[in-house]
Design a protein around this ligand. Sequence first.
Ligand code: SF4
Length: 337
Amino acid sequence: MRKELIDSMVETGLTGQSISSDQALQLESFTHEELDYLFIGTDRIRDQFKGDDVKICSIVNAKSGRCVEDCSFCGQSSSFKTDAPETELMSVEEMVAAAKEAEAFGANEFSIVTSGTKMDDRKELDQVIEAVRRIKAETNLETCCSLGLMELDHLKELKAAGLDRCHHNLETAASFFDKIVTTHTYEDEVKAVHNAKEAGLQVCVGGIFGMGETFSQRVELAFSIRELGTQSLPVNFLKPIDGTGLDHLETIEYYDALKTIALLRLVLPKIDLFVCGGREEVMTDQQEQLFSAGANGILGGNYLTTKGQDPKRDIEMIESLGLRPVGSGTQESASKS
Ligand code: SF4
């Protein structure tokens, strides 16, 4: 067991600093025994910077399908024939109702997600802006939007309406990006993140793991996210969807998923680290371990085109670990409406 190496990584994490790239690469060869020992340390790092609080983010798929981009993991791309729904943008009322439902089950953050390269249709944008304004006024949720490769002026309008955060995944490492998406570039993704920062928004940037990338490409992505200086990081594990370009892949293995969470916690000790898509499929009935690997948040409720587990089960799991869902049963979570 490489106990000294692990202890040194954890000590670095506890100071709030990142482990080195060389150390991160060594995680790849860790045995299960070494990983189990590492998770005691990543749990300490999570506890040091996040305490008992667990954040629960919820999303609404406000506009689904018919996307001209060819992201090979995505059921909503028109490049693939899938069962993903195709819908127009939800009404303001529907988006607000979805937010209130999320707050009622214990979410503390709520994101409006739309398919497509970006949202630049004036009528649609106004609808999202109004929904953000109302959610901010009528709930205690933190507001987030994931609307694609957004322009600076539009992001500033959303910020003025009360938007707290913009979500925009890099999807994967720069060196693997063109194997996953060919209709836009990695640089386009980075620019969207810079636009959100320039608009004064907090930014949530992560990726999807298990798309055929190497472990060193996961390390590359982790350090790229660190360089961007963002506040939240959603970890998604590929759920291969029939008909998409990645439907031939298997889901990532359990320990590999936990190792990826630990890698991200060790490179970004202070970030809000959420486990999102693929949680139920990869972790099945051993989801508790994601917190000791270093996560301090989950995506609760349903995903974009697939169902998630019952939010009550999530709350029970979190509380059974002695942790506390931030939005559940707190003064702050009481609805304003
Ligand atoms: S991930 Fe977004 S941009 Fe890519 S195909 Fe799906 S909806 Fe379109």
